[in-house]
Each structure stands twice: as structure tokens, then as C-alpha cells.
Design a protein around this ligand. Structure first.
Ligand code: PGA
Length: 252
């Protein structure tokens, strides 16, 4: 894994946009895995700015994860969120995104559909955030590094941290659909974005602890070209010293 230390959230977002746009030019229609959450919002704002406007317009967006057991048009669905807040303002049609159907009756079958679509289109770029328990997408602790796209049960920790969007823990769906770690490992390029003091301990565990499914994000340490872009606050606890670049991309 390559490590890039940046000043703060805005710096992370700008550097991520520069790197993403460089990677995206390698392919005519790059398949790009997009996460939700607070972490990528700054990157998405950058991508809406003029100089990066073309990056996503010719991409094939791929949804990283989704709740299962809610209506397709539920405004809290992650696919709806990505469409409303990122793709629609860029004039990208909903059909352009490879999206999970959160209302699919048979979650296993829905996961298999997405896995096979991803396998045939390929992932050019995976953009990822880090969960408070080390999860990647909805690959919760215990997820096999070879796991494929599947129906998962959310941990109490994830349900707790998502409760704010749902108006209480009892309202948060208990299941989700997620690209697997093995699915993500096949991406040509991967970037993990981490910002803020609240992520410092978990990031230290990811960088300094054993590589293990107990800490799903450690699969990234087995991916030689993966890029971690983290700000100073997030890197405050790791014992990892040196080897950090200051620029995720030299043309930034
Ligand atoms: P965050 O969420 O970007 O809001 O911190 C990341 C995650 O839980 O995967």
C-alpha cells in the first residue's frame, strides 16, 4: 500500500480528485466504485467542479454497498443518495450506475446479479472509506478477504453509527448488500480515504496491527498499488513512520 499524508480534509479531497482523474484517463469508460458516507463528500464536491467535470460523465459508476429490505425509492437508500447528491447534478442518468436493488426479495440472488455484472465490466477504480470498526463497504469484521458480493448482516456498531440517518437504531435495516473484499481486490486501482481524529485509532489498527479479516481494511495491505490518502489528524496515532508522500499525484 502507498501512503500519502495530507494536511486536512480539503487537501485529502483535492488530492483524491487529482489522482482519480489521472487514473480515469487510462480507460475510455472507467468502472468506478463509489462509496457513501461523510468521507467522500469533499471529493464529490471537487468532482462537480469544472476542472473535473468530465471524470464521472464518461465513467460507469458502481455502487459499493446498499441496505437491503427497503423500498427502491426510499430516500435513505444509498443508491438514491449517490444519484441525488452526486450523479444527478452532473447530468448522469440513473441507468448509468450499476446499482443494487434494496427492495429485491431474494438478497442472495441480487448480490449474485451484481457480482456477475461487476465481473464482466471490471473495476478500474475503487474509492473507499474506512468504517469506525475497520469495515470496508459493508464488509464487517470477520469478512473473508476472498469474499464476493453478498447479502450481509450489519453489526450493532454499524447500526448504531447509521441510526442518525434513520431516526433511531430500531429503524435501521439490519441487512445490507456489499461488494466483497475479493471483488474489490480485483480493482486496477484502489484509494482509501481517511480523515479526522475520530479515525486515528482505527487507522492505527489498520496500519500497525495484524493483517486479518478481523480488521477488513487490512486487506488493502495485501494490494501493492493501493493508495491511502489520510490527513494528519487521522495519522496521529499510528506508529508507522516515514514512507509517506505528500502528493497523491505528481500533477496535483
Ligand atoms: P464515514 O463512513 O465516511 O461517514 O466516516 C465510512 C464508513 O462507515 O464506511
Amino acid at each position: 500500500m502507498n501512503l500519502c499524508e495530507v494536511q486536512d480534509y480539503d487537501d485529502m479531497s483535492r488530492q483524491a480528485a487529482a489522482l482519480l482523474s489521472a487514473w480515469a484517463t487510462e480507460t475510455e469508460r472507467p468502472g468506478i466504485v463509489l462509496p457513501t458516507g461523510n468521507t467522500p463528500l469533499g471529493l464529490y464536491r471537487e468532482l462537480a467542479a469544472k476542472r473535473f467535470a468530465k471524470v464521472l460523465s464518461r465513467a460507469r459508476p458502481i455502487q459499493l454497498d446498499e441496505y437491503h429490505g427497503i423500498a427502491r425509492d426510499d430516500w435513505r437508500s444509498l443508491g438514491g443518495w449517490l444519484h441525488r447528491d452526486l450523479l444527478a447534478p452532473l447530468g448522469i442518468s440513473p441507468e448509468a450506475m450499476l446499482r443494487f436493488d434494496p427492495s429485491a426479495e431474494d438478497g442472495d440472488r441480487e448480490a449474485a446479479r451484481v457480482e456477475s455484472a461487476v465481473a464482466s465490466m471490471g473495476i478500474d477504480i475503487a474509492i473507499l472509506g474506512l468504517g469506525p470498526n475497520g469495515h470496508i463497504g459493508m464488509n464487517e469484521p470477520g469478512s473473508d478477504f476472498a469474499s464476493t458480493t453478498r447479502l450481509v448482516t450489519l453489526t450493532p456498531e454499524t447500526i448504531h453509527s447509521n441510526a442518525v440517518y434513520w431516526g433511531g437504531e430500531d429503524k435501521v435495516p439490519h441487512h445490507g448488500l456489499t461488494l466483497g473484499l475479493g471483488t474489490l481486490a480485483r480493482a486496477r486501482h484502489t484509494m482509501l480515504l481517511v480523515s479526522g481524529a475520530q479515525k486515528a485509532k482505527i487507522l492505527a489498527a489498520v496500519l500497525d496491527g495484524p493483517i486479518s479479516p478481523r480488521m477488513p481494511a487490512t486487506y488493502l495491505r495485501t494490494i501493492p498499488g493501493a493508495m491511502l490518502i489520510a490527513d494528519r489528524a487521522a495519522l496521529a496515532v499510528t506508529r508507522h513512520q516515514g514512507g509517506f508522500s505528500r502528493r497523491a499525484h505528481d500533477r496535483y
